[in-house]
Design a protein around this ligand. Structure first.
Ligand SMILES: [Zn+2]
Ligand SMILES: [Zn+2]
Length: 106
C-alpha cells in the first residue's frame, strides 16, 4: 500500500494576518482549537508559538454577526472593519523555513 503521507506539502506561506502597517510583531494563525488558538509570532529576531484567546469583538449585526478572526488585544482594526487591509506581509523565505521548523518541533 502506498504511503500517502505528503512530504511536507506547504499549503500556504506564512502571512501576517494583522492590519497592514501595524506596530509590533507579525502574527499568523497556526492552529485552532475550541476556545483557544495558537499563533506564530515573528519579528526580526523573534519567532515563537503563542497561545491566545480569540478576539471577542463582533460587528454587532443581529441577523448575521461576524466575529473578528484575530486574537484578544491585537493591534490594529478588527478583521470585519470595512476597508481594513490584512495579510500585510509575508514572512521572508528564510523565516518561512524557521517557522516550519518551529511548527515541526511542536
Ligand atoms: Zn504583520
Ligand atoms: Zn479583533
Amino acid at each position: 500500500m502506498a504511503d500517502e503521507t505528503a512530504a511536507h506539502d506547504r499549503s500556504a506561506v506564512y502571512q501576517c494576518e494583522l492590519q497592514a502597517d501595524h506596530p509590533g510583531s507579525h502574527m499568523s494563525l497556526a492552529q485552532s482549537f475550541d476556545d483557544r488558538n495558537v499563533w506564530l509570532r515573528w519579528a526580526d529576531r523573534v519567532r515563537e508559538l503563542v497561545e491566545l484567546l480569540p478576539c471577542p469583538a463582533s460587528d454587532g449585526d443581529l441577523d448575521d454577526p461576524e466575529g473578528c478572526l484575530l486574537f484578544r488585544g491585537h493591534p490594529g482594526e478588527h478583521t470585519f472593519t470595512p476597508g481594513v487591509v490584512t495579510y500585510g506581509r509575508e514572512a521572508s523565505p528564510k523565516m518561512q523555513r524557521r517557522l516550519d521548523d518551529l511548527l515541526a518541533a511542536e
